[in-house]
Structures are given as C-alpha cells and as structure tokens.
Design a protein around this ligand. Structure first.
Ligand code: DX5
Ligand code: ZN
Length: 219
C-alpha cells in the first residue's frame, strides 16, 4: 500500500501541537520535514524544522522523512540524524560531481536508516541511474523545490514511470517518493506510475478532515 508523508512546511507554528496530534490520529505514515538553507533554495526553514523535530521526538513515534534542500549536506545530516529519522534525502544537484554524491551516500548510510536522492523537475532521470543501486529512496520533485502550495508539474509523472520500470528491469528495490503538489486529483496517477510514498502538505493541511484525505490519497 502506498505510504503518505505529510509535509509540515505549511503547518501554522501556533497550531503545530494540535496539527501533529491530528495528523498522527489521521494515520500519516511519516512527517515530511522540509529543510531549506536559503542557499540551495531561497527560503530558510532550518530553525523552524529543528524546533518541530525536537517536539516530534518527544510526542510521537511516527517516523521522520527529512528532505534536505541544502548546499552543505553533511552538516545538515549531522543536525538531523540526532532525531533518528527513517529517511534523509539530499539533492544530487547540490553536489559538485558524482564522487561527492557517492561520498555523501556513504556518509549518510552510517547515520540514518534510509538514504534518498532527490531530483528537481528539470534534472534528467538518467543523472541518478548510477546511484540507484546504493540508495533506499528516489525522491522525485513534482514541483520546483522551495515552497509548498504549488501545482504538480505533469511531466514529472513520466519520471516516476521510468524509475519504476528501471527498478523492475534492473532488479533494484529503492522506493519512489513523489513530492510536491500531490492532491486527491492526481494521487491515483502517481500511484499507477509507481510511486510508493506520496508527500502532501497543502493537500492534507488545507483539508477539513485529515484522516479522510489521507485515506483517499491512498486510493
Ligand atoms: C517543496 C517541498 C514539498 C512541499 C510539499 O520544496 O519539498 O515537500 O512542501 O507541499 P505541497 O504538498 O503543498 O506541495
Ligand atoms: Zn519535500
């Protein structure tokens, strides 16, 4: 069954305690933690996300799915590994070359359970083929990284299909995560394309009934 990872990026700070409680009751499979450094993307969310992770660590067992949109990847892996996240994903576009990507995969594997590589919408899928045997999650950005509430870019669905076929053909077992603009209107298409984890922020947080939305996203 497809897993749902709710992004807290758009959660209202003053209501975060209640929001986290309600999302746990609604059976989100992960909390998706969007870490932005103000350099790889223009927004900065690190302080807010650290605060949320501190709190989450005390109140829930729901696993963390950390998405690093940062340049200094190792430093941020160190900052978030203390929360024992289930997944940490980093952007291959933040690395200068293949060697650095491989080095960070190794570095991350020592510190967290599952390591993911994230790719922006305009990065060719071929860019990450060489890493797929070594990672646990391929995070396909279905919007441009940097903010919540955007529309899903339809062309990105093809990338999920290609990754799914590639996994089959090469007998690999990474999970495929779709991140950005995921709504009830497109979740079936993403699942049919091969997505295993759907990240949704506004699609869930702006809905009246989190449990109903999460259930219906799973189709
Ligand atoms: C965008 C983030 C996404 C985003 C998802 O840079 O990586 O996780 O917050 O939020 P929605 O579902 O509102 O697009
Ligand atoms: Zn994200």
């Amino acid at each position: 069954m497809v897993e749902i990872s709710t992004s807290l990026l758009g959660a209202k700070r003053e209501k975060i305690v209640e929001t986290i409680y309600d999302l746990e009751m609604a059976k989100t499979d992960y909390f998706h933690i969007d870490v932005m450094d103000g350099e790889f993307v223009k927004n900065k969310t690190h302080d807010k996300m650290l605060e949320y992770c501190e709190y989450l660590n005390h109140v829930t067992k729901v696993p963390l799915d950390v998405h690093l949109m940062v340049k200094d990847i190792k430093n941020y892996i160190d900052s978030y590994q203390i929360f024992n996240p289930n997944i940490i994903s980093f952007h291959c576009e933040a690395c200068k070359d293949e060697e650095e990507v491989q080095e960070i995969i190794k570095y991350a594997k020592d510190k967290v359970r599952r390591v993911g590589i994230a790719i922006k919408p305009d990065t060719n899928i071929e860019e990450i083929y060489k890493y797929l045997p070594y990672i646990h999650v391929a995070l396909v950005m279905t919007v441009n990284p940097g903010e919540g509430g955007q529309m899903l870019i339809p062309e990105t669905i093809e990338k999920i299909k290609i990754l799914s076929e590639y996994r089959e053909k090469n007998n690999l077992n990474y999970d495929i995560e779709a991140d950005g603009g995921v709504k009830l209107s497109n979740s079936k298409e993403l699942i049919d394309a091969g997505a295993d984890i759907l990240v949704s922020g506004s699609g869930i947080l702006e809905s009246k009934d989190y449990a109903k939305t999460i259930k219906e996203l799973r189709v």
